[in-house]
Write a protein that binds this ligand. Structure first.
Ligand code: GLA
Ligand code: ZN
Length: 688
């Protein structure tokens, strides 16, 4: 096997997977529909279906009473028809008998009220009863289907989320804290700075999770609570997969993530999953941002999911073939968009295109959510044809399976940093926008067709040429040193205002910001000014600066007032009492440079600034072309062959010049060279 090519997700299936959530248990009274489903799956080029999600009441209608006959039939039909099963454990929704008999499985909200039975995604992660019930049903599933030819992957639960504040969870939290602080309450009191407002604890039992009517102004505690929720959810997940690992050691395991869902630090999960998967629902056409910006935002999310396992292909586990019923404006996908959006995931490293959902349910909360098969029940719909078009395209792309995305650039987006930023009081409460800021920096590279990883501050930086860490407010131990080593050894680093402020328990660094990054950046940040919404200051490139920057730029919201200690000043503020202060610096450190952007500048600044560094570092672009607005080009490679995706996320045709190389569009065998046109929402997949 080539070093740069990963094996397929299911070793026996060397194809891109296509399919989605399938709930045959809703149609047990009309088995003719099951046969129709199979026919339609084949017709639409679907080869992998997720079954059993939320289905618990079907295999275990009463406690200890099991009925898998319906699932046996479905699994056999799959196997007979060349369709694979992504088999789910059912823990994301529970049967009513369980809630009634064992109320401890029901979650307690932050307000300390236990919920009633209903909806989904709402069990206690600590409850020994719930864990045991999950173990039993998961073991039954694994035992029954361990040798079934259709089974290729475990889909564990669904979108883990939320938190529970019951007494069991409180005790687990206290245990977790005891471990983290070496059984030393004094250590915790110091780390949380509890002398402030007399929040000092004299006994572990006094500690309670954050609550709207209780503690919520102790940021370090909020941070630790979030860490605990991640660890406890992960612990629950490990319980869930135990029987699967024992009985089906060769079947890979995943659980579907939700982008940058703030409640869980997915980096902690990554090593325990065999493959990463996630659910992507861009609200196309909602006008709040343009569709191409939305595509770039979801590319940032795809890039995180690929980076979670160090570049290993991930799964697009859910997307909608049509509308997303939960959106405020549940618009139809415009013709062409379905294929292009699906290929966007593949371009960023997904080896699958899966949907929620296969067939529209007849009743229930999501009966109006887009599905491959609509209520009319046949293939004669626009959406079905769109899905079949994706099915056809994926069949032609076997060569992409396992290919990597060759990223020379990485952006740090770190969950714990986000939590710390969000739970800080000040300096512009509603305008901190950490994630949005990372996306804006990432977008410059997306627009230029430059593959970019999105990593955490704990990742290995050494494989990159260029590392960008917007708003690196919190630094865990050793991170500053690792960044400094990266620059010293030849990597280029950029960070911004509000970096190097607190340590991992939210204690401010003493002795001058940006704390442990001060020497690397060669600056001291003395104060941070913030602006009102709509207010701006201007930043002017210094004459004759070594980056050849020119012009002036608007700064919004954050203006950091810094002193250059050893750094070169590349731009200065033009107004207010800090006119003439440095606004952009770079500092030589070992072999390379560390840049500091002191203010939140308009996108035109980011475009120019990064374009200078991109050419200085000779960072490779996917195509040697200037891409028109709304078009991206992304690449996957096994180190020898390359597949290039050129995707138009606008409703206008776009012209692209690829120069002299001669490409073949894998989708229709057209030859592409010189200049070509992409139709509205159009795409090509090229090989040289
Ligand atoms: C989530 C869930 C699905 C479905 C979709 C669409 O991603 O995992 O079960 O609810 O949203 O709303
Ligand atoms: Zn609980």
């Amino acid at each position: 096997m080539n070093k740069l090519r990963y094996p397929p997700i299911a070793p026996a299936v060397p194809h891109l997977l296509h399919g989605g959530d399938y709930n045959p248990e809703q149609w047990r009274k009309t088995p003719a529909i099951w046969d129709e489903d199979i026919r339609l799956m084949k017709l639409s080029g679907c080869n992998a279906m997720s079954v059993g999600i939320f289905a618990w009441a079907a295999p275990e209608p009463n406690e200890g009473e099991f009925d898998f006959s319906w699932l046996d039939t479905i699994m056999d039909k799959f196997a007979d028809n060349g369709i694979y099963a992504v088999l789910a454990t059912p823990s994301a929704a529970r049967p009513a008998w369980m809630s009634r008999k064992y109320p401890e499985v029901l979650r307690v909200d932050a307000n300390r009220i236990r919920i009633l039975h209903g909806i989904r995604h709402n069990h206690c992660y600590t409850s020994p009863v719930y864990r045991e019930k999950c173990r039993i049903i998961n073991a039954k599933l694994a035992e029954r289907y361990k040798n079934h030819p259709a089974l290729i992957l475990w889909h564990v639960s669904n979108e883990y989320s939320g938190e529970c504040h019951c007494e069991l969870c409180q005790e687990a939290f206290r245990d977790w804290l005891r471990q983290r602080y070496d059984q030393d309450l004094e250590k915790l009191n110091h780390a949380w700075w509890t002398a402030f407002w007399s929040h000092t604890f004299s006994d572990w039992s006094q500690i309670e999770s954050p609550a709207p009517h209780g503690e919520r102004h102790l940021p370090a505690m909020v941070l630790d609570w979030k860490r605990f929720v991640t660890d406890q959810t992960l612990d629950f997940f490990k319980h869930e997969i135990q029987p699967l690992r024992e009985l089906t050691p060769r079947v890979p395991v995943t659980t579907n993530f939700m982008g940058t869902y703030p409640g869980l630090n997915y980096w902690k999960f990554a090593e325990f999953l065999d493959v990463i998967s996630w659910d992507s629902y861009p609200p196309w056409g909602t006008m709040e941002i343009s569709d191409w910006e939305l595509a770039s935002r979801h590319s940032f999310l795809h890039d995180i999911n690929r980076s979670l396992k160090n570049g290993k292909p991930f799964m697009l586990m859910e997307s909608t073939p049509s509308v997303t019923n939960g959106m405020h404006v549940a618009r139809l996908k415009r013709p062409g968009l379905h294929l292009t959006a699906s290929l966007l995931a593949i371009a960023h490293g997904s080896d699958t295109v899966q949907y929620f959902q296969w067939r529209k349910s007849r009743g229930g909360w999501e009966k109006f959510h887009g599905a491959v098969v609509d209520h009319c029940g046949n293939e004669h719909t626009r959406v079905f044809r769109d899905v079949a078009e994706v099915g056809n395209a994926l069949k032609k792309l076997d060569m992409v399976v396992g290919m990597q995305v060759p990223a020379e650039v990485a952006i740090i987006y770190d969950w714990e940093n986000r939590w710390a930023i969000d739970s800080a009081s000040g300096p512009r409460q509603e305008q901190k926008h950490y994630e949005e800021t990372c996306i804006r920096h990432h977008r410059v590279f997306w627009k230029s067709g430059i593959p970019t990883d999105v990593i955490s501050m704990d990742c290995d930086f050494s494989k990159y040429k260029f590392l960008i860490a917007p708003m690196l407010y919190m630094l865990r131990p050793g991170v500053a040193e690792r960044i400094a080593a990266f620059v010293k050894n030849g990597g280029t680093f950029v960070t911004t205002y509000w970096s190097g402020i607190v340590d991992e328990t939210d204690l401010c660094f003493l002795g001058g910001f940006p704390g442990p990054l001060r020497e690397l950046l060669g600056i001291w940040s003395e104060e941070l000014d913030v602006l009102n919404d709509g207010e701006t200051r201007s930043v002017l490139a210094a004459g004759q600066n070594s980056l050849n920057l020119t012009g002036d730029y608007k700064a919004h919201i954050f203006c950091d007032l810094i002193h250059a200690e050893t750094a070169e000043v590349l731009a200065t503020y033009e107004d207010d009492f800090y006119a003439g202060f440095p606004a952009l610096t770079r500092n030589r450190y070992g072999k390379e440079w560390a840049f500091y952007i002191a203010s939140r500048n308009e996108d035109a600044f980011l475009d120019l600034f990064y374009s200078k560094i991109i050419s200085e570092l000779a960072i490779k672009k996917t195509l040697d072309a200037v891409l028109p607005e709304g078009v991206t080009a992304q690449v996957r490679t096994d180190g020898e062959q390359k597949v290039v995706f050129v995707l138009n996320f606008t409703q206008e045709p776009k012209t692209i010049g690829v120069g002299s190389p001669v490409f073949q569009n894998i989708l229709n065998d057209d030859t592409i060279t010189g200049t070509f046109e992409l139709p509205p929402w159009g795409c090509v997949v090229l090989k040289e």
